[in-house]
Design a protein around this ligand. Structure first.
Ligand SMILES: Cc1cc2nc3c(=O)[nH]c(=O)nc-3n(C[C@H](O)[C@H](O)[C@H](O)COP(=O)(O)OP(=O)(O)OC[C@H]3O[C@@H](n4cnc5c(N)ncnc54)[C@H](O)[C@@H]3O)c2cc1C
Length: 558
């Protein structure tokens, strides 16, 4: 039995997109597992309301018989090899001067910067996945908007500006074969796919793979990213439920969910963060043609409620939902997507004797991203010392690029501290986008400055202008010039009047404050201004009037 505590409930439905907000999913114990009978799985969800007028009711998830017959869980699909899938070579090199554990964004960025500073470098990436390094952001955005029926094979997507690209950072021809790593002239980057590092012998400078093969190294990067969290209730419910659940992270998950969304009638997304909201948007769009029902559930009052201040979170929810539906007490669904956060992958901590941060998770590293001599950590798995904002762990693409690049530089002896503030972005389709930097946490005091939006204030228009869809690649040195009109919201209690906000505002700048200093900034439908935001964070000054600071962004002049 799953228990929901409702601090607030919002249920609304578009043609087929339904939201349940204010829903906490809680486990009641192992003795109350779902009933499985005649291939029909029923999970009873107990909901209790913590509103003054307390009431409780039951929700039921009915997993239908057809479900178990027609669906495969993530990882169960039989796939045709994609463009970036590399067969594992028979011969594994016994030594790699530069060994990078993990084949994600941070590793790839490190490989690039190692080669840039040491052109003859021999770099070996070992990755558990069967794919060559690729970027994850399009998996929950542009790929879902593709009209190409073979998109799950090609993994090519159109950026919002219409330009096509692959999710792979480089084609197979970019890489050298692992068996040639130590012999090929001028070195190169080799990728050992489908291999997991199980053990690290830090004193012996070597790692061990699943099949007990050992690889020694001179310098090693750990860039193992993270594993999507699951809900205990789903875990405890056993195999049957897990088969009907997607934990979304990889290409395989995209392929599996794509298939599910074409074959089933109802998908429930649990989680209201960036990933859950992006997937709700993506699947919601598909629902327009197919009649697929998409349900999104989250404990906050609105989408991205942990990051956005309440008024903007509400605005976002309004943007992704349409219409309303009658109050439902029974939810039937064929498939669950649990988008409830990430657990940094620190499996190697024990054998390597590395410290895991007790507050943020991840391997603790210094400002140069070093954990021990000859070992660096980058990306989602690193808990680093940000010389401006203190100890942090960041789970975003640009951070993976920037920290991977820095780790790579430091592996070649640069000894540089992590001073560059990474940014992140999230798009809810081509029309609504957020770019952010620093610490953005809705529990901090915020000040927002807003303006009317025009057709130019969309991710689509921004990528048309900048020419790139991965927005950390599009940063330009914008310069603040002309003064702007006074904003209606420049006090520490900044929410614009609800009515005005609804009718007038479609873009803005939100400052997040800690001890009166700006530690984070969100640009809502404001694009290509990240260098300005970065400078404000870097300066770390107290500002008497954030309206003045907001003028740097020129949001009223566009
Ligand atoms: C669907 C999706 C959409 C996203 N969208 C955005 C976005 O819009 N904006 C944004 O800023 N960020 C976004 N992110 C976050 C961003 O993609 C991540 O922060 C980034 O991928 C982290 O890179 P990484 O290299 O640290 O880890 P990962 O990309 O997770 O790579 C780690 C790799 O290491 C492998 N590995 C782990 N352990 C081992 C081992 N022991 N041996 C061998 N290999 C191992 C894993 O299999 C994995 O391939 C998104 C993430 C997802 C999943």
């Amino acid at each position: 039995m799953l228990k929901f505590n409702l601090s607030h409930i919002l249920i609304c439905r578009s043609r087929s997109l339904l939201f349940l907000s204010g829903v906490f999913v809680q486990d009641l114990g192992t003795d109350q597992l779902p009933d499985i009978a005649d291939h029909t799985l029923t999970l009873s969800l107990l909901c209790s309301c913590s509103l003054p007028l307390s009431f409780s009711f039951f929700l039921s998830f009915l997993f239908l018989h057809s479900f178990s017959l027609t669906l495969a869980c993530s990882g169960c699909l039989i796939e045709t090899p994609a463009a970036g899938t590399a067969p594992s070579p028979a011969k594994i090199p016994s030594h790699a001067p530069y060994l990078l554990i993990g084949g994600g964004t941070a590793s790839f960025a490190a490989a690039r910067s190692i080669r840039a500073r040491d052109p003859g470098a021999r770099v070996l990436i070992v990755t558990e996945e069967s794919d060559l390094p690729y970027m994850r952001p399009p998996l929950s955005k542009e790929l879902w908007f593709s009209d190409d029926p073979s998109v799950t094979d090609t993994l090519r997507f159109k950026q919002w500006n219409g330009k096509e690209r692959s999710i792979y950072f480089q084609p197979p021809s970019f890489y050298i074969s692992p068996e040639d790593l130590n012999s090929i002239e001028n070195g190169g980057v080799a990728v050992l796919t489908g291999k997991k590092v199980m053990h690290m012998d830090v004193r012996g400078n070597k790692v061990q793979l699943e099949d007990s093969t050992e690889i020694s190294y001179d310098k090693c990067l750990i860039a193992t990213g993270g594993v999507p969290r699951n809900l205990q209730v789903i875990e405890r419910a056993g195999e049957e439920v897990m088969k009907k659940t997607t934990l979304f992270r990889k290409i395989d998950d995209f392929k599996a969910l794509d298939k599910v969304s074409r074959n089933l009638k109802s998908i429930t997304i649990i989680g209201g963060g960036f990933l859950g909201s992006e997937l709700a948007c993506a699947l919601g769009r598909r629902s327009a043609d197919s009649g697929l029902e998409v349900i999104q559930m989250f404990p906050e009052k609105g989408n991205m409620g942990k990051v956005l201040p309440e008024y903007l979170s509400n605005w976002t929810t309004e943007k992704v939902k349409r219409g309303s539906c009658p109050f439902c007490i029974v939810v039937k669904t064929d498939h669950i997507v649990a988008a409830v956060g990430l657990e940094p992958n620190v499996d190697l901590a024990k054998s390597a004797g590395l410290e895991v941060d007790s507050d943020f998770g991840g391997y603790r590293v210094n400002a140069e991203l070093q954990a021990r001599s000859n070992i660096w950590v980058a990306g989602d798995a690193a808990c680093f010392y940000d010389i401006r904002l203190g100890r942090r762990r960041v789970e975003h693409h640009d951070h993976a690029v920037v920290s991977g690049r820095l780790a790579g530089e430091n592996m070649t002896g640069a000894s540089k501290p992590y001073w560059h503030q990474s940014m992140f972005w999230s798009d809810l389709g081509p029309d609504v986008g957020y770019e952010a930097i620093g610490i953005v946490d809705s529990s901090l005091p915020t000040v927002g400055v807003f303006a009317k939006a025009t057709a130019k204030d969309t991710p689509k228009a921004a990528t048309e202008k900048s020419g790139t869809g991965i927005r950390s690649e599009s940063e330009t040195e914008a310069v603040a010039t002309s003064p702007v009109a006074t904003s209606p919201a420049a006090s520490p209690t900044p929410a614009p009047p609800a009515q005005q906000q609804k009718e007038d505002y479609g873009k803005g700048v939100i400052f997040y404050l800690r001890d009166k200093v700006v530690v984070g900034i969100i640009l809502w439908n404001v694009f290509n201004r990240m260098p300005i935001a970065r400078k404000i964070i870097k300066d770390g000054e107290e500002h008497a009037d954030l309206n003045e600071v907001a003028k740097l962004f020129n949001i009223h002049d566009d």
